[in-house]
Write a protein of this length. Structure first.
Length: 123
C-alpha cells in the first residue's frame, strides 16, 4: 500500500471519528437519533459541572455499572437504558423522565369516552 493511499484512509478515519458538534438547544424534532443522544450527554455534562462533580465521583454516586460508563456517555451519548435511568435519578430529574412517554389527561379522557374503558394492550 502506498503512502498516499494510507494517508487518505487515515484522513477518512479521522473524519468519521471526530466528535460531532450539535446545538444543545436544538429541538429534538430537528435532530437525528444520534444527535439527540449527544444533546442529552451535553446536558448531563453541564448539570454535572454545575454540581461541581468529577466524572468519577458522579459515576460512583450514581451507582453506574463501571467508572468509565459516565465518561463514555459524555463523549458518545451512548449508555444502556438502565444506566441512563441511574444518571437521571442522580440528577433528580425522575419527574421529567416519567413524563417522556406519559399520555396527557385529555388523551386519556377521549379514550375512555370512546371506548368506555382503557385499552390494556394491542394484540
Amino acid at each position: 500500500m502506498d503512502k498516499s493511499n494510507l494517508l487518505n484512509k487515515l484522513k477518512s478515519y479521522e473524519k468519521s471519528t471526530k466528535k460531532k458538534e450539535v446545538n444543545p438547544n436544538a429541538s429534538f424534532s430537528t435532530l437525528t437519533d444520534e444527535e439527540i443522544l449527544l444533546v442529552l450527554a451535553h446536558r448531563a455534562k453541564k448539570l454535572r459541572i454545575q454540581n461541581n462533580l468529577k466524572q468519577r465521583e458522579f459515576s460512583k454516586s450514581a451507582n453506574l455499572s463501571s467508572l468509565s460508563t459516565y465518561s463514555n456517555f459524555e463523549q458518545s451519548g451512548k449508555v444502556s437504558l438502565l444506566n441512563f435511568v441511574k444518571i437521571v435519578r442522580s440528577f433528580g430529574q425522575m419527574t421529567a423522565l416519567e413524563n417522556v412517554l406519559k399520555s396527557d389527561i385529555a388523551t386519556r379522557i377521549e379514550e375512555v369516552e370512546r371506548k368506555g374503558k382503557m385499552k390494556k394492550r394491542v394484540r
